[in-house]
Design a protein around this ligand. Structure first.
Ligand SMILES: Nc1nc2c(c(=O)[nH]1)N[C@H]1C(S)=C(S)[C@@H](COP(=O)(O)OP(=O)(O)OC[C@H]3O[C@@H](n4cnc5c(=O)[nH]c(N)nc54)[C@H](O)[C@@H]3O)O[C@H]1N2
Ligand SMILES: Nc1nc2c(c(=O)[nH]1)N[C@H]1C(S)=C(S)[C@@H](COP(=O)(O)OP(=O)(O)OC[C@H]3O[C@@H](n4cnc5c(=O)[nH]c(N)nc54)[C@H](O)[C@@H]3O)O[C@H]1N2
Ligand SMILES: [Mo]
Length: 684
């Protein structure tokens, strides 16, 4: 139901799933969010693809031929081989959803001989990833949020109680009950803000100013950890002089906050340090300077000594840090393709992280054939026509493809536009490869299936190993069952699959492991926390970028802002029978002042328009959102006739982002989804 993959227990009676709850041995003790509970409705939903489908009409027309799995997979294998014969192995692109299971998909793409494995992150957390690397030389998951032991948690562009990871919610709640303070920086009063000790409603897009003023205040008032800075920072002096003009007074004007409150907040941080977590954000694909917001968040954590600290951003452990062997990687079955990536990551853009690349730049390559033609695209657990801005422009890009395949368990705009839809079994009906979860207490975990597939769907291990067989893909073709794959993964670990049977997971350490930071060497070129990043400087990008205020909304318009709620996952649960009943549309949050000016009252039907798209929803008139913006939940405004419950309800935020595929943060790489303006009026 969500990429967080909270551990669950599924109760089955007479072959039917009757109840789903948070796993007890997995640490959730029954707790789950509404989406987790609504998995039963997904399982039984007849409005999901029920067998392989091959397109017979025009793309997007919705005319399909039902196919057997043998026929569909042979068709896909033949088409892929045809594209490869004509344009080379590199002409196949695959996009995935990051998380714990991509090893198998990476193996498949390497087996195809293509360097073009991408994931969704260009429209999610790439800015955080790249900013983490630019400061620490570690990825964003190289540190873990040790919420349980924190004394002050700061969330900025992060609605931790509604955009949910259940164990994070539980750990933070436990910490708050033990006296931890919470500060929220947001453009609206979220549920998280409602529980906060300090709440700053900032002007949309002004967070970088806020952070610079915090750095200035911590330094000017000697509120930082001098010993930690001496030991770990490179170029601290450059930071001191850079932030000089960025005072709390100054930020007051830029962000629309009280300077005295910012100073008092900094004092609280110093009191709680190093047990402070300043969350660097999750979905930060928002502004052209979002990279620098996250970058300064990491620097603030460094100034407070919380990078690597217990109760701060503790260093993440893997198997080897617990004296154990890791899982054997399926991706290692094949050599790394020698070709350069189509998205330019690693050669044209050397400061970006190779692993999952940048999908919007791969789409650019499809469009321009620069550096070479990309002619086949497999979207796995990914709906770029909803997850990326400007779907009309993206459909034109897809028109240049010879082959578009979607592997999914629900309908999506991308599946609807595809040549072949391969229906995946839901997570309740399939096994997955063993996954590793890093943290202060790392573990391996396993997804076991609870019931057999309801329709003619298939698990991903089956789809990819069968395609591997049809395409003579040596080592991946040799697996005949999920047990074979599990055995391979566990080869070096000394574990067997029976070790997972009872709890679904195996812990790699009994006690949390915290590193001795006096001896810790960071992953950056200098081994230090880099204020001036060698990698950025080489790419001719500033390490410390002067602040530029966000563009004010044109007269009578609003900046678009968006986010999540506890009841839905992105765009793919809006048609779920239970969740749709609980929340069928996305209300438009609009501040009372401009609403009054426009004659809009709470509950009125309003039309949101911009860039040639318009749709109607209900107004939520409130003081709890900044007057410069409107806010809406992402994932609504579905237009597929096969989704009767979601059809035509609410507003699609991504449709309001014309030209958005070309608006991105040059330092962080992610798309800047909130650099768009819209109009609102009372609907006729
Ligand atoms: N229930 C639920 N949980 C989820 C998901 C889901 O779909 N549903 N999705 C998962 C995924 S993929 C992700 S990436 C995470 C996302 O987790 P978050 O990033 O925490 O979630 P969002 O709601 O997208 O955004 C957080 C907040 O940013 C605020 N915001 C918007 N513009 C600005 C700004 O300029 N400045 C500041 N300071 N705040 C701003 C929004 O008002 C919103 O409250 O959630 C994960 N968990
Ligand atoms: N305008 C705008 N754009 C956004 C966002 C926003 O808030 N506003 N949010 C951004 C964020 S944070 C993210 S993470 C992306 C999310 O973008 P996506 O990853 O595309 O979103 P989802 O809806 O989670 O999943 C896409 C498809 O995968 C299918 N699916 C679900 N689980 C599985 C599975 O286990 N296997 C397979 N094969 N398929 C599965 C779903 O049914 C759905 O059709 O969107 C980003 N784009
Ligand atoms: Mo995300």
């Amino acid at each position: 139901m969500c990429t967080v993959r909270c551990p669950i227990e599924v109760h089955v009676e007479g072959g039917e799933v009757v109840h789903i709850e948070g796993s007890h041995p997995g640490g959730l003790n029954g707790s789950l969010c509404p989406r987790g509970g609504a998995g039963v409705a997904l399982l039984n939903d007849s409005e999901r693809p029920q067998q392989p489908l091959i397109r017979i009409g025009e793309r997007g027309e919705g005319r399909w031929r039902q196919a057997s799995w043998n026929e569909a997979l042979s068709h896909v294998a033949d088409k892929l081989m045809d594209v490869i014969n004509r344009h080379g192995n590199r002409s196949v692109l695959f996009s995935d959803r990051g998380g714990p299971f991509p090893d198998l998909h990476k193996a498949f793409v390497k087996g195809l001989g293509s360097p073009n494995y991408c994931n969704h992150d260009a429209s999610c957390a790439r800015n955080v990833q790249h900013s983490a690397k630019s400061v620490m030389g570690l990825g964003r998951k190289g540190v873990s949020y040790d919420l349980k032991n924190a004394k002050h948690v700061v969330t900025q562009t992060r609605n931790i109680f509604e955009a949910i990871n259940v164990s994070e919610v539980k750990n933070l709640t436990q910490a708050l009950n033990s006296g931890c303070k919470l500060t929220v920086i947001d453009v609206r009063t979220t549920l998280t803000a409602a529980k906060a000790h300090n709440f700053f409603m900032v002007k949309p897009g002004s967070d970088y100013a806020f952070n610079l003023a915090v750095i200035n205040t911590l330094i000017q008032k000697d509120l930082y950890d001098i010993d930690f800075v001496k030991k770990h920072f490179k170029d601290f002096d450059a930071l001191v002089s850079f932030v000089q003009p960025y005072t709390a007074e100054w930020a007051g004007g830029e962000c629309g906050i009280e300077p005295a409150k910012l100073v008092a907040f900094c004092k609280q941080l110093a009191e709680a340090a190093p047990q402070v977590i300043w969350h660097p954000g999750w979905n930060t694909a928002r502004f052209k300077d979002s990279f620098y917001v996250s970058r300064t968040a990491y620097i603030i954590n460094g100034l407070l000594g919380s990078l690597g600290a217990k109760g701060g951003l503790a260093i993440t452990n893997k198997a080897k840090d617990c004296g154990k062997k890791g899982l054997k990687a399926l991706a290692d079955l094949f050599p790394k393709p020698e070709e350069k990536r189509a998205d330019g990551v690693g050669w044209r853009y050397k400061h970006f992280d190779g692993g999952p690349g940048l999908l919007h730049l791969a789409f650019k390559a499809i469009e321009t054939e620069d550096p070479y033609p990309v002619k086949a695209y497999i979207a796995y657990r990914h709906d770029p026509l909803m997850a990326m801005p400007d779907p009309d422009a993206l459909r034109k890009v897809f028109d240049k493809l010879d082959l578009l395949i979607s592997i999914t368990f629900s309908w999506s705009d991308t599946a609807w536009y595809s040549d072949v839809v391969l229906p995946l079994s839901t997570y309740l009906e399939r096994e997955s490869i063993i996954a590793h979860k890093g943290g202060v207490k790392p573990k391996f975990f396993l997804r076991q299936r609870a019931v057999p597939p309801r329709y003619r769907s298939m698990a991903e291990w089956e789809i990819f190993t069968k395609l591997a067989k049809l395409m003579n893909m040596g080592p991946l073709a040799k697996f005949d069952s999920i047990e074979d794959i599990w055995k391979y993964q566990l080869e070096d670990t000394g574990l067997t699959i029976s070790d997972f049977k009872e709890k679904g997971q195996v812990g790699l350490t009994d006690k949390p492991i915290y590193r001795d930071m006096d001896k810790f060497k960071w992953g950056s070129p200098s081994g230090k926390l880099e204020v001036i990043s060698e990698v950025l400087e080489k790419a001719k990008l500033p390490s410390l970028k002067p602040y530029e205020p966000p563009q004010p909304p044109p007269d009578g318009q609003f900046r678009i802002t968006f986010g999540r709620c506890a009841l839905h996952t992105q765009g793919h649960t809006v048609n779920n029978p239970l969740l749709n009943e609980a929340m069928p549309i996305n209300p438009i949050w609009i501040n009372s002042l401009p609403a009054a000016h426009l004659g809009i009252k709470d509950g009125d039907q309003v039309e949101v328009s911009g860039n040639g798209y318009k749709a109607v929803s209900k107004a939520y008139v409130t003081d709890m959102v900044h007057p410069d913006c409107i806010f809406m939940l992402h994932g609504f405004g579905h237009k597929l006739p096969v989704e009767s419950r979601a059809y035509g309800k609410g507003v699609a935020d991504h449709e309001l982002m014309k030209g958005g595929l070309d608006i991105w943060d040059p330092a962080g790489g992610a798309i800047a989804l909130q650099e768009h303006f819209v109009s609102v009026k009372k609907a006729q």
